[in-house]
Design a protein around this ligand. Structure first.
Ligand code: AMP
Ligand code: MG
Length: 448
């Protein structure tokens, strides 16, 4: 794994005191590495997991040419553009059971959707287009122009072809992917192990649920939003509660977190001028950079690695004996030290932590897509920083997307996140937005 200095040297314009959102993502993409351990799980268990290897189709889907409609199958070369066609119905082919006869010129087969198409036939006319004749009986007439040769025929392997890659390594197992795997007759799939992420809140003013209210203190909300964000992402969440701003307590928390988790997320204690021990402890236990990001809300963030082998030798270590020291797992846990403000936590998570964790999960698609929407109001914006405003996105009468901002955009106003269904992303160089201008929106409804 690279050191922070090595990564910084690879990036142009890296200034830890004034980082653009794009540079943050570029930095994190170089820092994190995907998990490698593979587990074999059933299709049901695979939802939300990440595929560990390519899957080659063991069969073709569909496994045979078949009818896409309920209708009549025949040889399409008999069609002529300006003349109807009369055919004799000689039998019926049902789905699930191959009909083994042969159909001659002038004949057709009544066929159901999904039924195997007999050799020599290539066209199905839907039943609602034909006229049933009474004389002679068992005959149909197809009017001119209702079908072309080859219509309503599903070809063998048109979805998935035997021997070809059906899915690529890194694919997130969505509902559609589960169905596709099952369509191949595959019962279990190799997935990467779940990413383990430990989280704790810091700050002496932060109360855990169950504690009585106290003057100057606030209840811990970040722990719950981060739990929700991580769970929706498919991570194994290690909840470590609220940690006092004391060196010993912080060290124990980092130690336990780093020992169990691939990544550690904290909130609070990373802003400039914080009179606390959080930053000092991060520095002591790892290779950590303290950033000021040109963004709003957010700005301060600590990023780096907490080294597992540094933990046991620190003064407050709870692991004293040398045998325990030896069993300390090698490597490091990635640290995301988020600011304390509840909206800033969610915004920095969505903008930076989520794509980085996706990469650690081994997932090929990482960033949330940005949509374009018409702003219903003017928005004040300073060029030179990325702003994330809470937006309510809806569909306008003309079918285009439109977006309104929620009222109070303060970085502690969590109700603005509740009211919104997406973030308006005002890019680094962008200035004021006039009503009617198009802005980027990052939708999070259904995603987080
Ligand atoms: P800090 O980044 O530690 O300076 O915190 C910034 C603001 O966020 C302060 O008003 C904190 O009280 C608040 N805050 C920090 N952590 C939490 C938390 N876990 N839950 C709710 N508010 C928090
Ligand atoms: Mg604080």
């Amino acid at each position: 794994m690279k050191t922070l200095d090595q990564i910084a040297a690879e990036l142009t314009g890296y200034d830890p005191q004034a980082l653009s959102a794009d540079t943050v993502n570029a930095f994190l993409a170089k820092l994190v590495e995907p998990v490698t351990e593979v587990q074999q799980v059933t299709v049901f268990e695979a939802l939300g997991r990440v595929l560990a290897t390519d899957i080659i189709s063991p069969i073709s889907v569909p496994p045979h040419n078949n009818s896409a409609m309920d209708g009549y199958a025949f040889d399409g070369t008999q069609l002529s553009p300006d003349k109807g066609l009369s055919l004799k119905v000689i039998a019926t082919a049902l789905a699930g059971k191959a009909w083994l006869g042969t159909v001659q010129v002038g004949e057709c087969l009544k066929i159901m959707t999904g039924a195997v198409m007999p050799p020599g036939l290539d066209t199905v006319v839907p039943q609602e287009f034909v006229t049933l004749e009474t004389t002679p009986a068992h005959c149909i007439t197809i009017p001119a122009g209702v079908v072309r040769p080859g219509d309503n025929l599903r070809l063998l392997g048109e979805d998935l072809l035997q021997g070809q890659p059906a899915l690529r390594k890194g694919e997130l197992l969505t509902p559609a992917v589960l169905g596709l795997v099952a369509s191949l007759g595959i019962k279990t799939v190799p997935v990467l192990r779940r990413l383990k992420v430990a989280y704790f809140s810091t700050g002496n003013e932060i109360l855990s649920l169950g504690e009585p209210p106290r003057e100057g203190a606030v209840y811990d909300s970040n722990r719950y939003t981060v739990f929700g964000l991580l769970t929706r992402l498919g991570c194994e969440v290690i909840d470590m509660g609220v940690v006092r701003d004391e060196p010993a307590a912080l060290q124990v928390a980092f130690e336990q977190a780093a020992r169990q988790a691939d990544a550690i997320i904290t909130s609070g204690g990373v802003s400039v001028g914080e009179a606390d021990y959080t930053k000092a402890m991060m520095k002591q236990l790892g290779d950590v950079a303290f950033w000021r990001i040109a963004m709003r809300p957010g700005r301060p963030m600590a990023v780096g690695q907490i080294f597992r082998d540094k933990l046991a030798s620190s003064p407050y270590s709870v692991r004293a004996s040398s045998s325990e020291l030896e069993s300390n797992p090698p490597g490091s846990a990635i640290l995301f030290g988020l600011p304390g403000n509840p909206v800033a936590v969610m915004v920095t998570f969505l903008a930076f932590v989520r794509p980085a964790l996706r990469q650690m999960m081994g997932c090929s698609a990482s960033a949330l897509p940005l949509l374009q929407a018409r702003s219903l109001t003017p928005i004040r914006k300073k060029p030179g920083r990325t702003e994330y405003q809470r937006g309510i996105v809806s569909t306008a009468a003309d079918g285009a997307l439109q977006v309104n901002i929620t009222g109070n955009q303060g970085s502690g106003v969590l109700s603005s996140m509740v009211q919104s269904n997406g973030l308006i992303v005002l890019h680094h160089h962008q200035g004021n937005v006039a009503a009617g201008d198009t802005v980027s929106v990052m939708m999070f409804e259904g995603v987080i």
